[in-house]
Design a protein around this ligand. Structure first.
Ligand code: BG6
Length: 459
């Protein structure tokens, strides 16, 4: 008998507020870290992005046309609580209420990400971001406000986008000031711990305020191949997988730091300080594991010394895989690696998994017929959807949905509009906003067919 995906499988798109909304100084919004952080002078700035704040009706209509039944967006914290510690901005609440209502009216289930790398600038300037437990508490307050205002209609929640990045980059926690006399590594893992506590406080709040909603834990995941078949290269790749990809999911699922991580941190004197009640809070586990997947990585032989955090060491060992094609940005396209990753996550954690970002960046311009023939994008998604189906239907992985990244072009995480992921072209360049017109690409029709056939028609 031919196996097919369940009829309640989710298909759709995923975005963040700062990469879509624009309207940086409208609607009572306070200053966000993205409004003050400089971008590469060759790229854009975040002021307009794709102006979704004013154009979401049109964007929802396009999503509906593509057959979406799911849309994950992030809330801009400084639209809801402008400075992070002040009054609620009702205009911001209204904006998201309208967005949610319109998505639901279009048959698209909304999912909220509370923090997608951004936060009110005041919380960075005054408290050094998530280095401060005060910010953890202010985050909990913000989470509760969102749950109270939107929880009647929104049943899928995420606290932090790609939470494992908090253990590799202080920048995403906005905690870049390292206190005197403290090593960078010690500070990094303390901040990461604070973010875990913030996540758990929000999970606890969701259980109280919206008991029928689901909370996920999210990581960015890619498999690590060893360059050589030496035992040491294999061990190094396995340890890299544990530290970078599995540490956070292990905590999300098991409610405590895994033993390999306790040893790693203790042996180096980097174990974070647990405040009273932290161990109990970690017990607030998630309902499913969400992740982003774009590429795989290949590592040369190495080992983890006692001086530098694991993220830094792994980065030094990444090499190009001669068997894989890469995007112009060097991201190696690896659909089989996607199947490998889905299996690894599901078999390790025994919890449903949910692909919340996948896609490829490409440089594109409208041709003389005002078209974009993005066959490479069709091929990328076809291969990944096929391998996801293999993971599900042949390997038994329980996967809830396939959600693409940036389905209507948006600037990249470094604010480079030239790195486009969408099925819909947005007419602007780095410096020229033009008319921001939305133009469906060739892949638009293809993805519509895929989504509407519940992944059956991949031709
Ligand atoms: C994820 C982020 O890491 O990858 C997004 O959640 C980001 O914010 C996406 O845009 C793709 O990365 P990039 O750098 O190509 O935009």
């Amino acid at each position: 008998m031919k196996k097919t995906l369940d009829s309640n499988f989710y298909w759709g798109g995923s975005v963040s507020s700062f990469q879509t909304e624009g309207a940086w100084d409208e609607g009572g919004k306070g200053l966000s870290i993205y409004d003050v952080r400089p971008t590469n002078p060759k790229f854009s700035d975040w002021k307009v992005a794709i102006d979704a704040y004013h154009r979401y009706d049109e964007d929802i209509a396009l999503m509906k046309k593509m057959g979406f039944n799911f849309y994950r967006f992030s809330i801009c914290w400084s639209r809801i609580i402008p400075n992070g510690d002040d009054e609620i901005n009702e205009e911001g609440v209204k904006f998201y209420n309208d967005l949610i209502d319109k998505l639901i009216a279009a048959g698209i289930e909304p999912m909220i990400t509370l923090v997608h790398f951004d936060m009110p600038y005041k919380l960075v300037k005054e408290y050094n971001g998530f280095a401060s437990r005060k910010v953890v508490d202010l985050f909990e307050r913000y989470a509760r406000v969102c749950m109270e205002r939107f929880g009647d209609r929104v049943k899928h929640w995420m606290t932090f986008n790609e939470q494992n990045l908090h253990a590799t980059m202080l920048r995403v926690s906005n905690a870049e000031e390292i206190p005197e006399g403290v090593s960078e590594a010690k500070h990094l893992y303390q901040v990461n711990h604070n973010v875990f506590i913030a996540h758990c406080k929000a999970t606890k709040a969701l259980r109280e305020l919206v008991p029928d909603a689901k909370m996920c834990g999210m990581t960015t995941v890619s498999n690590f191949y060893p360059e050589k078949c030496t035992p040491q290269n294999n061990l190094f790749a396995k340890q890299a997988y544990n530290y970078i990809n599995a540490f956070h999911s292990d905590v999300f699922v098991n409610g405590e730091y895994p033993s390999y991580m306790v040893s790693y941190l203790e042996n180096r004197g980097w174990m974070p300080r647990f405040e009273e009640g932290d161990a109990e809070l970690l017990k607030y586990t998630v309902d499913y594991l969400a992740f982003s997947y774009y590429r795989s990585n290949t590592l040369t032989e190495g080992f983890f010394d006692n001086e530098r955090p694991y993220g830094e060491i792994v980065n030094e060992h990444v090499i190009k895989n001669p068997y894989l094609d890469a995007t112009e940005w060097g991201w190696e396209k690896d659909a089989l690696g996607f199947r490998w990753t889905l299996n690894e996550m599901y078999q390790r954690h025994h919890m449903p998994v949910f692909v919340l970002e996948n896609g490829m960046g490409a440089r594109e311009e409208l041709d003389e017929n005002n078209e974009i023939n993005d066959d490479y994008r069709i091929e990328y998604h076809r291969n990944h959807i096929q391998e996801m189906k293999n993971a599900m239907l042949e390997d038994g992985v329980d996967c809830m949905g396939y959600i693409t990244w940036g389905p209507i072009d948006i600037p990249s995480s470094s604010c480079e509009i030239a790195k486009r992921y969408g099925f819909v072209y947005v007419n602007r360049t780095e410096k020229d906003l033009k008319d921001l017109k939305r133009v469906p690409k060739k892949s638009f029709k293809w993805i519509k067919k895929v989504f509407e056939s519940n992944g059956e028609d991949l031709v």
